[in-house]
Design a protein around this ligand. Structure first.
Ligand code: GLP
Length: 247
């Protein structure tokens, strides 16, 4: 199935559309399993889900979640860890049970073994119903950098120089950005029954075009979603600006 593309006029509309798709899954299956992402792009979607939880009674009490990735070496209370991000931006604002939320452990006795366990937790939960993704400027999904294997699983990965630079905006300097991360693999992500990828802003336009209209290649990890049966990109007009197809 080719990737479906929904173009929103701006980031706000993109976030509302994404939250509506997630809410539909939760309403149909209150005990569903959701996959989440971090980064600036999904923040608006999480704010909208928190609003729906508060104002519209959308309950996450029976939902289980798995996050894509975590920096190796950052503990959950580090303010740049992805566990911290999820707690602050979403989990503390909704009625989810924290023990049903999973983020790879950045600090563990053996983080590699933790990756294997992570895959087993996902399987034990029955697989992911919907995985929300962002996209890196270089086409990465989670921390699957260009060159990642299409059947890769959760593992320790080295970050690209361009990703370290892009993510240095959250740290005091690029030197402080961890060089390694734990990341769900492309094979892990593609087992989700439904995938929704968000992209916003002009910096993402090349990656979106390569992913949707380019060849399926490990050079653009998001292009490997082209043969997934149910993937939708919800992008704003700027991120869609280089697409040549119908918009
Ligand atoms: C990080 C994350 C990705 C995310 C990407 C884009 O590298 N590991 O999961 O999609 O950044 O982030 P942003 O949404 O801030 O552009």
């Amino acid at each position: 199935m080719p990737i479906k593309v929904v173009v929103a006029k701006d980031a706000k509309e993109m976030s509302k559309k994404a939250a509506a798709v997630i809410a539909e899954v939760v309403r149909k299956r209150p005990h569903c399993v959701l996959g989440f992402a971090t980064g600036s792009t999904p923040e608006g979607t999480y704010a909208e889900l928190a609003r729906m939880n508060k104002e519209e009674g959308l309950s996450f009490a029976r939902v289980t979640t798995f996050n894509l990735d975590e920096y190796l070496g950052l503990d959950g209370d580090h303010d740049q860890s992805y566990r911290y991000f999820m707690n602050k931006n979403l989990f503390e604002k909704i009625d989810i049970r924290l023990w049903n939320t999973f983020v790879p452990l950045g600090v563990a006795a053996d983080p590699g073994v933790g990756c294997i366990a992570y895959e087993q937790y996902i399987k034990a939960a029955g697989g992911v119903d919907l995985w929300l993704l962002g996209i890196g400027n270089n086409g990465h999904i989670a921390f699957n950098e260009p060159g990642s294997a299409p059947d890769s699983r959760t593992r320790i990965v080295a970050l690209d120089k361009s990703t370290i630079e892009a993510n240095s905006r959250f740290f005091k300097s690029a030197d402080e950005v961890p060089r390694y991360a734990l990341s769900a693999g492309i094979g892990t992500i593609k087992e989700a029954r439904k995938i929704v990828l968000l992209a916003s802003g002009p910096k993402k336009a090349n990656a979106v075009k390569a992913a949707v209209e380019g060849p399926v290649t490990i050079e653009c990890p998001a292009s490997l979603l082209q043969d997934h049966p149910d993937t939708t990109f919800i992008v704003d007009a700027e991120a869609a600006s280089k697409l040549s197809g119908e918009k």
